[in-house]
Design a protein around this ligand. Structure first.
Ligand SMILES: C[S@@+](CC[C@H](N)C(=O)[O-])C[C@H]1O[C@@H](n2cnc3c(N)ncnc32)[C@H](O)[C@@H]1O
Length: 331
């Protein structure tokens, strides 16, 4: 499954200004998964580890009057937009720049105790995809960037211009499921000897010319996804985010993870299966939840979304506040 898989060109694509900045996927299912019962009775903190434009967080805050949200994102633009959107809930929301790999530390630093829920809605937002200057999209020309956090150094151009051919081929194969990865890598290495890649359109055109096109899926989709995952180290980020949720969630706390990439969903499944075997998690979604026909029609992005929900079990916990638990605090 691939994010942004389908050409959004053509008659169905609305003008840029008409497009909503980002529509949260599986809204009802995410809320039900995180809350689990009567939203009015849920109390405590929920951590939104991939805040984006705050769509899911707004739904949670609207439905649960006694819940507060710690919203974290690594993208400054997203945080600024979320801050505006969540202004009506300012007294119940705390927004911080951070990333999943540092989530355990963020939760400890914010001294919010053990959250009753955590949400990871992985990948990029429509806002990031729709801004050519961010360099995520093969549909509009922009710098070959793809950094969610623009304070990190390595961009997609660095990878495309510097990695060995075999490393590029492996990246496209393993992180993008591109079966013709060797062909693409060879074409990139031949082309960059003449002129290094700096723009998204040059790379998208080269891939399209190498692989041919014509289908509904843009031929550069898979390689762009693989590059984005490498630039933002998304595999490692996810695993460390899952560890943070396992470490910090309260007894009965709920974890909801939405992935858009089959490898990512496999990692979530594997992590939870191990947790079930270890008595740490109850999985509520034997199979991942996908969007229904109606949502798929209204929101293209939802087509590849897969939601898994699990409940943290901590018979070990004496319900003392985490700040009084020395060893766990040291994480
Ligand atoms: C799909 S969007 C989330 C949309 C959000 N749920 C909403 O309804 O508006 C994903 C967001 O997560 C952020 N993100 C992705 N990976 C991240 C990571 N490892 N750490 C922190 N933020 C991350 C991206 O910058 C993006 O803003």
């Amino acid at each position: 499954m691939l994010e942004a898989m389908v050409h959004s060109g053509g008659p169905e694509r609305p003008e840029r200004d008409e497009r909503p900045a980002h529509v949260p996927v599986l809204p009802t299912e995410v809320l039900a998964g995180l809350v689990g019962g009567d939203p009015a009775r849920l109390e405590g903190w929920i951590v939104d580890g991939t805040l984006g434009l705050g769509g899911h967080t707004a739904l949670v805050l609207e439905a649960c009057p006694n819940v507060r949200v710690l919203g974290v994102d690594r993208d400054d633009d997203a945080l600024a937009m979320a801050r505006e959107r969540l202004a009506p809930f300012a007294d119940r929301v705390r927004l911080r720049k951070g990333h999943l790999a540092g989530l355990a530390r963020t939760i400890r630093k914010e001294r919010i105790g053990r959250p009753v829920g955590a949400l990871f809605d992985l990948g990029v937002s429509s806002m990031q995809l729709d801004r050519p200057e961010r360099g995520f999209s093969f549909l509009d020309d922009g710098p070959l960037d793809m950094r969610m956090d623009r304070s990190i150094e390595r961009t997609a151009a660095d990878i495309v211009n510097e990695w060995d051919e075999s490393d590029l081929a492996d990246l496209f194969y393993y992180e993008g499921d591109e079966t013709r990865s060797r062909k693409v890598a060879a074409a990139i290495v031949a082309a960059r000897r003449r002129v290094p890649f700096q723009r998204t359109a040059a790379l998208a055109d080269l891939i399209a010319n190498t692989l041919g096109g014509g289908g509904r899926v843009h031929p550069a989709t898979k390689c762009f996804q693989a590059l984005r995952r490498a630039v933002n180290e998304e595999g490692e980020e996810l695993l460390r985010g899952l560890d943070a949720a396992e470490h910090w969630l309260a007894d009965g706390g709920r974890l909801a993870v939405i992935s858009f990439h089959s490898g990512e969903d496999r990692e979530v499944k594997r992590f939870l299966q191990q947790g079930v075997r270890g008595g740490r998690w109850d999985v509520l979604t034997k199979k991942p939840i996908s969007a229904g026909e109606d949502e798929r029609r209204r929101n293209r992005r939802s087509r590849s979304a897969r939601l898994r929900v699990a409940v943290r079990k901590r018979p070990d916990l004496d319900h003392a506040s985490p700040s009084s638990r020395g060893t766990e605090e040291s994480r």
